[in-house]
Design a protein. Sequence first.
Length: 357
Amino acid sequence: MTDSPSPKSSLSARLLSGLVIPAHPLALTSQRKIDERRQRGLTRYYLAAGAGGLAVAVHSTQFEIHEPGSGLLRPVLELASEEVRRLRREKAPQLVLVAGLVGRTEQALDEAALARDLGYDCGMLSLGALKTAGEEELISHCRAVAGAIPLFGFYLQPAVGGRRLSYSFWRRFAEIPEVVAIKIAPFNRYQTLDVIRAVAESGRAGEIALYTGNDDNIVSDLVTEFRYSSGGQQRSARIVGGLLGQWAVWTRKAVELLAETKESCMTGSVPSALLTLGAQLTDANGALFDAVHSFAGVLPGIHEALRRHGLLAGRWCLNPHEDLSPGQLEEIDRIWNAYPHLRDDDFVQEHLDVWLS
């Protein structure tokens, strides 16, 4: 009799297969309370669209839900977990649930325990609360949290709360046995290469799944083979999937896009039309994420796209002062008209009533 795979090896295999993992937004009423019906509706949309997992309590869900006394972290995690458990029972046992973890070590450990108890497979660890910590402290923090839940590393750009992380950090991070994946989201090619090279040179490229979080460079990330020479050995790595705020909208098209990039990687030929599509997606993302204002309107921009589809009732954020930047609405109008082929209009309209029932 053969041994069944361990939960960690099964999780690693699922992640290494390459998944679309939307970064789940937060549905609110005009009174800035959780809109449970629409929160569940969003989850159902992502799962019906073919997403391979969900990331909840991450930046797109609004980091304010992690604040002590908010009372929001558990219910938000529970709502997604309940929907995923239902679908797992019916037809999708391989779905991956990723919980965002924030704060210093004590808070991150508490959140990891909560996520684990609610059925989350791994925790995506933000280091934004340790902005002044040195490398030793950062690695000690990561090792401590890894003892509570498998880790999905997270390189978040400083413009939205992250911090600069060195090649040395990522090389040591990759040596933590409980690390199963890394989301690379610095929106910077040099820093992106730091992470990929660190994982490749660690010898764990076949164990740690690399996911793009570079919403400004999705297609290029997904079709590139990264090759390095280290210690007389040739090493390579690929970014196999995406965990993205951009994929919180137009998710059905994202699933189709990932399938197309996988096919191009298998054939070794990247069609020029795919690169053109990537440039169009970057242009659309610039409007939705408000790149011109250093991403100040990123969350309202995502909400506006979901509002136009009827999935959200409005753009409301927990911070009452957070809304679209000047000129952002006009930019969203522009890309909405320019790139209808990027959107899920027909798919959403066909199923919206069921998802919101």
